[in-house]
Design a protein around this ligand. Structure first.
Ligand SMILES: [Cu+2]
Length: 81
């Protein structure tokens, strides 16, 4: 993540995989699932947070500070296969 986007914006992983978000921006950010299934909480520049995906599905997520659960602003998608 940077200010103010996730890269890549969409990622495909397998069930059981772990995604690590690294905050390479100058502002705090979060990766928060729109359906509430995961949340890194807000974390600071230079920090990393990991989430393991144990269920298949398409998970939209957003930054609590710069996006919305409806998909506006700083948002991304995790596809778990
Ligand atoms: Cu943010």
């Amino acid at each position: 993540m940077k200010d103010f986007e996730f890269g890549p914006q969409e990622i495909k992983v397998k069930v059981g995989d772990t995604i690590t978000w690294q905050n390479d921006g100058a502002k705090p950010h979060s990766a928060t699932a729109s359906d509430g299934s995961f949340d890194t909480a807000i974390f600071q520049p230079g920090e990393k947070k990991s989430v393991t995906f144990s269920k298949a599905g398409t998970f939209k997520y957003y930054c609590q500070l710069h996006g919305t659960p409806q998909g506006n602003g700083m948002v991304g998608t995790v596809i778990v296969e």
